[in-house]
Design a protein around this ligand. Structure first.
Ligand code: MGD
Ligand code: MGD
Ligand code: SF4
Ligand code: MO
Length: 815
């Protein structure tokens, strides 16, 4: 019998528990169990970056429900719809339970020994013939810290390949880049606690109401209490978040820098800058002043479409507020001038001195639950412990720690970013690509290209996942992974708060944790240190964590004061945790000293326009020595803009009920029924122009591909269409429907994050039965549909399912 504290599908955020700036956020425990658990095991939700503490209810070796952890600083007991429902995927009957090996074009079951032996033979052969540069790793923002660190050491000190990055490149590379540009290192300056007291909240390209539902509950509770904060939202769509805004600015996609420069212009003009803070703690203000001078509200209106009066109203709030929390996410990170725009948000805080003080903080948001750890451990294009690849001293620290020769660790250039790894695989210099916990055949831009790469005969693809994803179908070897609830590990949320999540049940069949898979690989590859001892000296999650702690000593993300025991004590704790801060650190930079000095900084900076990296010498010549860096940027037009042929803008994003490619949420009956299929959201004006009615089928075409979706009309600016990108082909291969068929292969020059948030498209009404096939068009649609499945499973299925088969949804357009 299901017991739930609320129906989170209909009531996404639950009852208000109002609080004012002087009160603590009250406790409210959310729970959903299918049966009464025999025991509760400590866990943490992995379905977004919020990191909500919870208990996993277990009965007869199965998960039967979850309950929010009342003592946890992050959520005080609350859980959102994904947290309350997503765990059912653990027991889905279609979990992968055995390794698979491709033989004669077909995947067949194999033993672990056989599968790992094949991977090891292949690795050795490639290293021998082409060096370790023939091997690339494409990892995730969804493994645990201990797993990433093990992988990072394997890649950097075992094999010695620079080709390792995560899907975090698609997700939070810009968060890291913007923090490095302004403050010298990754690490969020503020904490969630600042939301409890702040006067103003600025959300830029972030639909927090849908994407971090529990953090939004915290804000809703402020709005319901005394002295509520003002809220400014910058988003071209009318989202759930925008509904609550004091001021909602709706710029054209890709114009964030114009809008933010306009806001800076208004703040400077108001004369409310903190001159003393600027003099003592920053460098670069004069350049910013000169740059934003010309971004008058009138010019910004011309560039972005935001009415001058709206911009002025937002500028007035930002110029006068006594405290400010800003959150930034994909509407910035995946849009034009990503890093440049994210940095302008940092600049708003710096010019007003609103940083390192209670109620003032910047959350350059994360999206995935553990993407902070991909970055910390260097399993992405960074080095472990926020070290600087251009600083020889930092490489020496790692060489000493791992006891390997300095030159074993690739540091002659920055680690290869994901988009380049895929390019190398396309070109053939990467011969083996090991993909873990990510589903690029749905999540990367320009899917037709991605499928072709995965399909290449000379690319050996290993996929490590819990399900037979669209990507796994292309693999040469599939490794069945244990997931959340089936393994122990730690991870860090966007508020720098580290949580532990424990093993509650056994994984299905022969599935193994990613940590055990990596350890097995290291053992079989016989990686050694300079003394001939095994390179990887740990054997389980806790010993991996202990090893990691040493790697962070003295770095901004100092973990040395953590233990598993401390993490189990009842709440998450924000790093740094060390001798000086045994109970963690809610807010960074309270002394206004930033990690920018040349010997400490994680980066020597980039030109925001071209992405060109500065050298150590250049940086040292003007060592900021602890001052924050103010970097200005001119607005540049997006790379692809609507024209006669493709007259509309496309943007893509998420819905509240699904997580990414739905491998978990799509297996929850309740979540899937709440959001059963993709759609294309269009304005009433455009619907009238094209003669389109609610729920009509629409053909959407870009220069790269086509999709066929149903129309949802409303809550969007004319000229813009939106498609949620959650829907691939594992549960419906009948029509091209993945938004990434349409998106473009371009990326930000600094963060290298791809641009998912704009592309030029055209739309037309599509009737599967009556459509007169247009030459070219139908061929492309047909080709797209047949390419959707794998080498061995492609079906010729060119038209959408009949309309009767498709569930009609009456639900409002989700923000
Ligand atoms: N329910 C749910 N929650 C999630 C996830 C999920 O899949 N589902 N995924 C998690 C992950 S990994 C991430 S990264 C986050 C993402 O969280 P968000 O960034 O909030 O999600 P998106 O919907 O991708 O994009 C946010 C908004 O950007 C707007 N936008 C598009 N183009 C522009 C632009 O040029 N400028 C501006 N200012 N806005 C623009 C879109 O209209 C959209 O509302 O969510 C996390 N939480
Ligand atoms: N058009 C468009 N595309 C986008 C975006 C967008 O806004 N628009 N957003 C981008 C963003 S921000 C992100 S984060 C990416 C996400 O894109 P993906 O990472 O491709 O999406 P997921 O569905 O989360 O894939 C995670 C996979 O890991 C598996 N998995 C879960 N837990 C484990 C585990 O413990 N071990 C292993 N081995 N596997 C596990 C899941 O079954 C799933 O297949 O997509 C990007 N793509
Ligand atoms: S807000 Fe995020 S971490 Fe919290 S319950 Fe929802 S999905 Fe899980
Ligand atoms: Mo993400």
């Amino acid at each position: 019998m299901t017991t739930e504290s609320r129906n989170s599908i209909n009531d996404i955020w639950g009852q208000r528990t109002p609080h004012g700036p002087t009160q603590e956020w009250p406790i409210r425990v959310d729970e959903r169990v299918l049966e009464t658990p025999e025991r509760w095991v400590r866990g943490t939700c992995v379905l977004c970056s919020n990191g909500c503490g919870l208990d996993i209810g277990v009965k007869n070796g199965r998960i039967v429900g979850v309950r929010g952890l009342a003592t946890d600083v992050t959520n005080k007991g609350r859980l959102g719809p994904k947290g309350l429902h997503g765990w059912v995927a653990n027991h889905s009957p279609d979990r992968l339970t055995k390794p698979l090996i491709r033989e004669d074009g077909q995947l067949r079951e194999a033993s672990w020994n056989e599968a790992m032996d094949l991977i090891v033979r292949k690795s050795k052969q490639i290293v021998e013939e082409y060096t370790a540069l023939g091997i690339g790793f494409y990892t995730s923002g969804q493994l645990f810290l201990e797993e990433y660190y093990t992988l990072a050491v394997i890649g950097k000190a075992g094999l010695g390949t620079p080709h390792m990055d995560g899907n975090t490149r698609l997700c939070t590379a810009t968060a890291a880049a913007a923090l490095k540009v302004s403050f010298g290192s990754d690490g969020q300056p503020g904490g969630y606690e600042d939301l409890d007291t702040t006067d103003t909240i600025l959300h830029v390209g972030h639909n927090i109401a849908s994407q971090q539902t529990v953090l939004w509950m915290r804000i809703l509770d402020r709005l319901a209490g005394p002295n509520p904060p003002k809220i400014i939202v910058i988003d071209p769509r009318c989202t759930f978040t925008a509904e609550k805004a004091t001021i909602h600015l709706t710029p054209k996609v890709g114009t964030n820098v114009a809008v933010l420069n306009g806001l800076l212009h208004l703040i400077l003009r108001a004369g409310t800058i903190d001159q003393e803070f600027l003099n003592d703690h920053t460098i670069g203000y004069d350049e910013l002043k000169a740059t934003v001078e010309k971004y008058t509200p009138e010019l910004v209106e011309q560039l972005s479409g935001v009415p001058a009066a709206h911009l002025r109203a937002a500028g007035e709030i930002l110029a006068n507020t006594k405290s400010l929390v800003s959150t930034v996410l994909q509407g910035v990170y995946q849009s034009m001038q990503a890093t440049a725009a994210a940095v302008q948000v940092n600049n708003i805080h710096l010019v007003r001195g609103l940083i390192g003080k209670p109620g003032s903080g910047i959350l350059q948001m994360n999206g995935q639950p553990t993407s902070q750890n991909t970055r910390e451990t260097g399993a992405d294009g960074d080095l472990p412990g926020f070290r600087n690849w251009g600083n020889k001293g930092h490489i020496e620290q790692l060489a000493r720690l791992w006891n390997v020769p300095l030159n074993k660790i690739p540091h002659w250039s920055p680690p290869t970013h994901a988009m380049q790894i895929w390019r190398y695989a396309e070109q053939g210099s990467i011969k083996m690509l090991w993909i873990q916990a990510t589903n690029p055949a749905v999540s990367l831009p320009q899917l037709d290209r991605v499928r072709k790469i995965l399909h290449k005969e000379d690319l050996f693809v290993v996929v490590q996942d819990a399900f037979m994803t669209e990507t796994a179908r292309y693999a040469n070897v599939v490794l069945p992974a244990a997931i959340w609830g089936e393994k122990t590990g730690t991870f860090t949320n966007v508020s720098r708060t580290v949580h532990i999540s424990c093993k509650a049940i056994e994984p299905p069949g022969e599935a193994k944790s990613d940590l055990d898979i990596f350890l097995d690989y290291a053992h079989r590859m016989d990686f050694r240190d300079q003394d001939g001892e095994p390179l990887i000296k740990w054997t389980d999650a806790e010993s991996a964590f202990e090893a990691w702690k040493e790697c962070t000593r003295g770095r901004p993300c100092d973990y040395t004061g953590f233990t598993y025991e401390k993490l189990l004590a009842g709440s998450g704790i924000p790093w740094p945790v060390n001798e000086a801060n045994p109970n963690g650190t809610v807010r960074l930079y309270t002394d206004f000293v930033f990690p920018t000095s040349a010997d400490y900084a994680e980066t020597y900076g980039h030109d925001l326009e071209t992405g060109a990296a500065h050298t150590q010498e250049e940086y040292k010549a003007n060592d900021p020595k602890g001052r924050a860096l103010i970097k200005a940027s001119e607005y540049r037009e997006p790379h692809e803009v609507p024209d006669d042929e493709y007259p509309l803008w496309l943007t893509t994003g998420r819905q509240v009920y699904h997580f990414h490619t739905r491998t978990k949420t799509g297996r929850s009956k309740e979540l899937q029924e709440a959001a059963p299929d993709a759609f294309v959201q269009i304005s009433p004006e455009d619907a009238a122009t094209y003669g389109i009615e609610q729920d009509d089928w629409i053909l959407v075409e870009s220069r790269r591909g086509v999709v066929i979706e149903r129309a949802r009309i409303g809550d969007i600016e004319p000229g813009l269409v939106f498609i949620p990108w959650h829907y691939g082909y594992w549960d419906d291969p009948s029509r091209p429907r993945a938004a990434n068929e349409l998106t473009l292969t371009e990326w930000d020059p600094v963060s290298k994050q791809p641009h998912y948030k704009y592309a030029a498209v055209r739309i037309s009404k599509y009737d599967a039965k009556d459509a007169v096939p247009q030459p070219g068009l139908m061929r492309r649609a047909a080709q797209a549909a047949t390419n959707l499945l794998s080498r061995n499973q492609a079906e010729d299925n060119t038209a959408p399912k009949s309309q009767a088969q498709q569930p009609k949804t009456t639900q409002r357009v989700d923000g």
